[in-house]
Unconditional design. Structure first.
Length: 263
């Protein structure tokens, strides 16, 4: 825990838990100020449920993600029973890199507490110049096909290594051209499962891919090469899994709407 306890105006005691990649230990003073100065740091690049800022830290450009909206039940859970999203993103990224899977280099995580409960948590990593796979769909046809096929190969490879991103979609997987091939990187890593491969888990894992039909067909055909299914059968399986996911999502949406009506 941070050695300093600071009295807030309302009488709450503020404290933090911070872990820093030893490579960036010399920036500890800057990193420890983040919870107090976040809203005025660097450039705001995203602000919805969570907030992202890009900041110059010495000779590095870093992305700071603030996991902001934590409702009371989750404050209790993240304080006493489960690691925070910031800590999850940090530890999962470290684990990915140890397995030879690219993820922006982790710098630190911070859990910030007011009173006894956790408030925001933060994940800090180096900025990357990789782009979301989603953007590859609008490239010239031949290059787009190469990226999609390489993405399918990457997906099969990481799944067979027992790595399952719980929000596996074409925004959270980034790509970059490296010579004549393509490299891929995982972001938004706070929810991941590391476990033995199974076909059912693999199909369920890619249910969030929102690809145009022709792109999904190409993806399925390449992915099928890593299984004992034909391309058409794999496409049928992926479409079926995707539709079931959308149906469940619609049901959850309707339930939430009913709850809002009746309070």
């Amino acid at each position: 825990m941070h050695p300093n306890l600071i009295e807030e105006d309302g009488g709450f005691v503020m404290r933090m838990k911070i872990e820093i990649n030893e490579k960036f230990e010399k920036y500890r003073d800057f990193l420890e100020r983040i919870p107090f100065e976040f809203d005025n740091l660097g450039e705001l690049i995203y602000s919805k449920r969570n907030v992202l800022r890009v900041v110059q830290m010495g000779g590095f450009r870093v992305v700071i993600k603030e996991f902001r909206k934590i409702y009371l039940p989750n404050r209790i859970i993240y304080t006493y029973f489960r690691r925070s999203k910031g800590e999850g993103a940090y530890r999962n990224s470290v684990k990915l890199i140890s397995k030879g899977i690219h993820s922006p280099e982790p710098v630190a995580f911070i859990n910030f507490y007011k009173g006894r409960l956790m408030h925001p948590s933060y994940y800090i990593c180096l900025e990357t110049d990789y782009r979301p796979v989603k953007e590859a769909y609008s490239l010239p046809i031949e290059e787009s096909r190469k990226v999609v096929k390489a993405f399918a190969d990457f997906t099969a490879e990481v799944q067979q290594k027992g790595v399952f991103h719980e929000d596996f979609n074409d925004f959270n997987i980034l790509y970059a051209r490296k010579g004549t091939s393509y490299d891929f990187s995982m972001i938004d890593t706070n929810r991941m499962t590391f476990c033995p491969y199974s076909y059912t888990r693999a199909m369920n894992n890619i249910r969030r891919l929102n690809m145009p039909t022709e792109v999904l067909g190409l993806f399925a055909g390449e992915y099928a090469k890593h299984t004992d299914l034909s391309g058409p059968k794999m496409l049928n399986m992926m479409v079926s899994t995707r539709l079931k996911h959308l149906e469940r999502a619609e049901i959850r949406k309707r339930i939430k709407s009913v709850k809002k009506i009746f309070g």
